[in-house]
Write a protein that binds this ligand. Structure first.
Ligand code: ATP
Ligand code: MG
Length: 323
């Protein structure tokens, strides 16, 4: 039996996570879900977005399924739940898959999530401010290994995106990536971040597994999202050495919360990534979703008139139609 922590969160979070759980339960009976509370409401009560006791329990789980939480603007001392979990659980690899569900193509982005420009606070003086961009041997190695293993699994190659012609950190990172890739027999193509952004707009689908550091990954992964039919279909995983957290990339979408029309596909595909991580059958969920999208009524963000529940049921009946 696998143990999965569930944090549904705010807005449409609970609606889409319930869909994802229904889909998982239609694929396997080897997962038990444990629900935890977290986010801004918890912060208002206890001054932290999640309690110490809950965090301790969550550490013992095999994976986490996450919905979405609101991050209020400008609340002193508030660190969002997702940022807290990434830090506490050392979830260093952020994997975002942007699918074109009509033809099976994907943009696959691996972003380093613990180093680079965001790892440390900068320092400000009266006449200047300095930020630090940190790339360590250990940090570069673990993310390179993660991406290279993924490329292997997918029979694909790496596109390593950097600015090594200018930045020392990227030259350091590049050496490590090239060395591990050679040892593992994985092809590495290289791209400079600025010109790569143009490629990503014009020809997004043929870059294998895109690997990059934290800030470049932040920008690339948001830009790439424009190629998904809707923000509501994009899944992601945050992986550490002990545990991984899976979440759709969309936010809590307060404008449509409670209406029953949220697109559940991002959460469902996040659950598919979780199944793959646990060694269970995520592929069947991807395939069922692609099939459903081909003929099924979709939610309004994709031009349809379906409810969250109708799309979920449609995908589940596709799953039952496999044997
Ligand atoms: P938050 O503050 O939680 O990040 P947000 O409104 O800034 O929320 P999103 O929740 O990502 O950001 O929403 C951006 C837009 O996309 C909104 O109009 C929202 O309704 C829409 N949207 C996001 N997720 C979905 C979804 N799963 N299904 C349908 N529409 C969605
Ligand atoms: Mg947002």
């Amino acid at each position: 039996m696998y143990r999965v922590a569930v944090i549904k969160g705010d807005g449409i979070g609970p609606e889409v996570v319930d869909s994802a759980i229904r889909v998982v339960n239609s694929v396997t009976d080897r997962i038990r879900f444990y629900e935890f509370e977290g986010g801004f409401e918890v912060f208002k009560r206890i001054g932290s977005p999640i309690s110490e006791d809950d965090l301790k329990e969550i550490r013992k789980m095999d994976a986490i399924l996450f919905g979405a939480t609101t991050t209020p603007f400008n609340v002193p001392g508030y660190r969002s739940l997702i940022v807290t979990l990434r830090k506490e659980l050392d979830l260093y690899a952020n994997l975002r898959i942007i699918p074109d569900l009509s033809n099976g193509k994907e943009i696959v982005i691996v972003r380093e999530n613990t180093e680079g420009l965001y790892a440390r606070d900068g320092i400000g003086f009266s006449d200047r401010a300095i930020d630090f961009r940190i790339i360590t041997l250990e940090g570069a190695r673990r993310i390179a290994k993660f991406a290279i293993n993924l490329a292997k699994e997918r029979n694909s190659f790496i596109t390593f995106v950097h600015k090594a012609n200018v930045l020392k950190g990227d030259r350091f990172f590049r050496e490590i990536v090239l060395e591990i890739a050679e040892r593992e027999g994985v092809e590495v193509r290289e791209a400079i971040i600025d010109s790569f952004m143009i490629k990503l707009v014009k020809n997004p689908w043929d870059h294998g597994v895109i690997l990059t550091e934290n800030m470049f990954g932040d920008i690339i992964s948001d830009l790439a999202t424009i190629h998904a039919g809707s923000i509501g279909i994009v899944p992601s995983g945050n992986y550490g050495d002990e545990i991984a957290l899976f979440e759709p990339i969309h936010g809590s979408a307060p404008d449509i919360a409670g209406k029953g029309i949220a697109n559940p596909i991002g959460a469902i595909l996040s659950a598919a990534m979780m199944l793959d991580y646990l060694g269970l059958n995520g592929k069947v969920v991807w395939e069922a979703t692609r099939r459903y999208v081909r003929y099924g009524n979709l939610t309004p963000d994709m031009g349809g008139t379906a409810t969250t529940s109708e799309v979920t049921k449609g995908i589940i009946s596709e799953i039952y139609s496999f044997d």
